[in-house]
Design a protein around this ligand. Structure first.
Ligand SMILES: C[S@@+](CC[C@H](N)C(=O)[O-])C[C@H]1O[C@@H](n2cnc3c(N)ncnc32)[C@H](O)[C@@H]1O
Ligand code: SF4
Length: 410
């Protein structure tokens, strides 16, 4: 077994991905704390050159034997506001920089307004093969509350158009909204399932600091459901989706095995990925160490830096063993499949048999929050709902194991 303090090789089975951040949106939704700005006119040639420069910079930092890309994800913001020629240019430059697997998944996040739907065929023509649509709700009153600029009918129409054009589609819904009852959510979700094509992301509404919703909650004008109600909504979501053949493979993501999102699986399986564009995060293996990158958040500042000095990377941090162990748990335990024993051992330095003897892990297993079976560490459905607490307990046990190792005689 490898011990801690070893260099951490990339896991080729986890894939190698490229995340491209597009920061602009037609309007800013009151719940959203992503790195977003109101739409402005952009210089497509300059943006392509900036993306290309940053790709070349990150590729040069990796070893000569870096993997080919297994996925590209255009996220935002609203990437469906990107000109098709810019998407085409980024795909072409990424292919030149890293090479790309024949069956690579190339996803664009889209909003369901008609101007964006009109670009779908052009995206398909330049190589995009998966579309992720932000429906958010099937109910017009809820969509107004969420500050969206589309109706439920427009969303249904957009998903229909997408399904006719792309090999694979998925959509996002937000539940746990103020006043939402269990019965209302069940009906809404069953309605959404009638238009689902194999994958859905179902997010519980989070009130993020600095958003309009956070201010409304402080004023007392926005009241989120009680914990007990949220737990019931989560449990019903798991049951309805599993019955429909789209079980949770991750806390918020539901699909059959062939439809799971390969790009996000690279994150959750603790693979390597490059992140380009304003405020993008990456995890690369450089000189055998896992390195976290983060770029300048301001879009103009990022673009100018990338054009002037070849990249807009603001932070590049070599992750130590403890940080790697934490990240492995935070990402891997989101998955229903959990963390395979060999990967756990390679990153933490302990095998699952050792972990299973630790005191807090023993309690977590007795409480049915985690399991160690078939050579994998997994969180149960309930454990995934309480994941932060579960991970904190396992982290304490990893320190306990380190102390045992230090104290062991000779
Ligand atoms: C990058 S965002 C949005 C993509 C696209 N611009 C849209 O709005 O449809 C990805 C997804 O995160 C989810 N999301 C964003 N903020 C959230 C929050 N505060 N609580 C729950 N889900 C959230 C939404 O479902 C959204 O579709
Ligand atoms: S939810 Fe989507 S459209 Fe709304 S502000 Fe966030 S990224 Fe933009």
């Amino acid at each position: 077994m490898a011990g801690p303090n070893q260099a951490l090789p990339a896991d080729p089975d986890a894939g190698f991905s490229l995340y491209v951040h597009w920061p602009y949106c037609d309007r800013i939704c009151p719940y959203c704390d992503f790195n977003v700005r109101r739409t402005q006119s952009v210089d497509v040639v300059a943006w392509r050159a900036a993306f290309r420069a940053e790709m070349v910079h990150l590729r040069a930092a990796q070893s000569a034997s870096a993997q080919r890309l297994t996925s590209i994800y255009f996220g935002g913001g609203t990437p469906s506001l990107m000109a098709p020629e810019l998407i085409a240019g980024v795909i072409e430059d990424a292919t030149t920089t890293w090479g790309i697997a024949d069956n690579a998944e190339i996803t664009v996040e889209a909003n369901p307004t008609s101007s964006e739907t009109a670009r779908f065929a052009d995206y398909r023509a330049v190589g995009v093969n998966r579309l992720s649509l932000g429906i958010q709700s099937m109910d017009d009153t809820a969509l107004r509350f969420l500050g969206r600029n589309h109706s439920a009918d427009q969303a249904r129409h957009a998903l229909g158009e997408a399904a006719a054009i792309f090999d694979r589609t998925t959509f996002d819904l937000i539940y746990g909204r103020p006043g939402q009852t269990l019965a209302a959510w069940k009906e809404e979700l069953r309605g959404a399932l009638t238009i689902a094509a194999g994958h859905a992301s179902l997010y519980q509404l989070t009130i993020e600091d600095g958003t309009a919703f956070a201010a409304a909650r402080r004023r007392g004008t926005l009241v989120t459901p009680e914990e007990m109600v949220l737990a019931d909504l989560y449990d019903a979501t798991q049951d309805i989706m599993a019955d429909a053949g789209l079980p949770a493979y991750e806390i918020s993501n539901h699909a059959g095995p062939s439809e799971q999102g390969q790009h996000n699986l690279t994150y959750w399986n603790y693979g390597a990925y490059a992140g380009i564009g304003p405020g993008a995060h990456g995890r690369l293996v450089i000189d055998g160490r896992r390195v976290a990158t983060e770029t300048i958040r301001d879009p103009d500042g990022w673009r100018c830096a990338a054009l002037a000095k070849g990249h807009g990377v603001a932070d590049q941090i070599v992750l130590d063993d403890e940080a790697c162990s934490d990240e492995l748990l935070v990402t891997g335990l989101r998955l229903a499949a959990g963390v395979p024993g060999p990967r756990f051992a390679a990153v933490t330095g302990y095998d699952l048999a050792q972990l299973s003897m630790a005191p807090r892990v023993t309690t977590l297993r007795e409480e049915n929050l985690i399991s160690i079976d078939d050579g994998r560490l997994t969180a149960t459905a309930t454990g995934r709902r309480l994941l932060n607490g579960v991970i904190a307990e396992i982290a304490v046990d990893l320190s306990w194991l380190a102390d045992q190792t230090t104290l062991a005689p000779g």
